[in-house]
Design a protein around this ligand. Structure first.
Ligand SMILES: *Cc1c(COP(=O)(O)O)cnc(C)c1O
Length: 401
């Protein structure tokens, strides 16, 4: 047991110097509220929206207090009402069904495949149950978006994308977040750009974005936005839309703008790390890696593999052995929700039909964070440890059964 990994799985990189300098400037002038501008000044929040719209190719962008708030705003602005049903992924994180519950709607869970994307057959079977799909690109796994959109368009189902794990990613030539009516992003510390908390919402739909801007708490100051629909779109909407404050402030926007400039470079660095791990684990007996189609231009800020059909105590054994060697793995199959892992049946406020195929996949999903503070050598070492410990438990169970 000499070979112990000592890296920290929750340690992100520091905020770039340019972000720190911009944040200091905001604190020095004191105008943190996004609508508090000096004469001729353009607020950091408005600039961030303009730059994120340009980066994604969206017509409009709105900066918000969190990714969860971006999702509830997208649902409200798409007309979801109390009591409506909203389709969403069974394999996702708690804020996604939480956003649906926040608007008084009811999640209808759609299954997950072995490649960790939404099961399009299950989706097709359930499309008639709702008018909206909140599609979570969970852990950066992107389904065939051409097929998904064809299914949803034919059924008249509006797609809202949860891109908390796909900032900078694409399916084919079209960025994640640009397929549906809205794309929702998080800038919470564990995502692709870090302001502690924060969210971004993009859309090409002028009326829906005007409603989102009113909902976010823009008072009547929407003309200060630079990535917003023209004022005439607000003519009626401004009277009809409640203010449910959840704006982003200039301090967070200042921290994010320099990070956005580096996003492409960072995405490449994540994927370099992912490749080292995937190569190192390829062909490990008992371990399955999700297939990643060529069209899926993912950003791997985390790593998943499957121990499919393993007995729970064997999985626990792998987790314990890896932990003893400094490797923190999370298991989506655990009975009790712990930390960031939970399953659709842990959200008891939103009961679901059982989904045996999905339960089988969830029971095997192992998840690992991949912070950029890990070097390529670290990733090589992590692969060696996981490979050795999975193999040891696999061989032992082989001899027992
Ligand atoms: C983090 C996350 C969100 C929401 O982000 P917050 O900013 O924490 O509200 C949404 N979906 C997924 C899959 C996430 O991981």
């Amino acid at each position: 047991m000499t070979d112990v990994f000592t890296g920290n799985f929750t340690q992100q990189e520091p905020i770039p110097d340019a972000g720190i300098a911009a944040a200091l400037a905001v604190m020095q002038h004191g105008r943190l509220h996004r609508y508090n501008e000096a004469e001729g000044e353009i607020a950091e929040a408005a600039r961030l929206e303009e730059e994120f719209a340009a980066a994604t190719g969206a017509s409009y962008c709105l900066a918000l207090a969190s990714g969860g708030y971006a999702m509830t705003t997208a649902l409200r602005a798409s007309g979801v009402q109390h009591g409506d049903r909203v389709l969403t992924n069974a394999f996702t994180l708690a804020p996604v069904p939480g956003a649906i519950a926040a608007v008084g709607a009811v999640p209808v869970f759609v299954g997950v495949t072995k490649d960790l994307v939404i099961d399009l057959d299950d989706l097709a079977a359930k499309l008639s149950q709702a008018k909206v799909l909140l599609l979570s690109h969970m852990r950066g796994h992107i389904c065939d978006m051409v097929q998904l959109m064809a299914l949803c368009d034919a059924a008249g189902v509006t797609v809202i994308e949860d891109c908390a794990h796909t900032m900078g990613a694409a399916w084919g030539a079209i960025p994640s977040g640009r397929w549906g009516k809205f794309g929702c992003y998080s800038t919470q510390t564990y995502k692709h750009i870090n302001s502690g908390e924060g969210g971004l919402l993009i859309s090409d739909d002028a009326e829906a974005m005007a409603r989102a801007i009113m909902l976010s708490g823009s008072y009547m100051l929407f003309e200060k936005h630079r990535a917003a629909p023209p004022p005439e779109i607000f003519a009626q909407i401004k009277y009809e839309t409640p203010n449910i404050s959840g704006r982003m402030d200039n301090l967070r926007a200042a921290i994010l703008r320099p990070q956005l400039q580096e996003l492409d470079t960072q995405c490449k660095r994540w994927n370099d790390r992912y490749s080292v791990l995937a190569d190192g684990l390829q062909g490990t007996p008992g371990l399955t890696l999700p297939t990643r189609p060529q069209e899926e231009r993912f950003v791997a800020s985390s790593f998943q593999f499957l121990l499919l059909d393993w007995a729970p105590e064997r999985v626990q054994d792998v987790l314990a052995r890896c932990k003893a060697r400094g490797v923190e793995l999370k298991w989506f199959g655990g009975q009790e929700p712990t930390g960031f892992t939970s399953r659709y049946d842990s959200w008891r406020y939103a009961p679901s039909e059982p989904m045996p195929q999905t339960d089988r996949v969830l029971a095997g999903i192992i998840d690992m964070r991949l912070p950029l503070t890990f070097s390529l050598n670290d990733c090589q070492f992590l692969a060696e440890i996981i490979r050795a410990e999975v193999s040891a438990v696999w061989q032992a169970s082989d001899t027992i059964t």
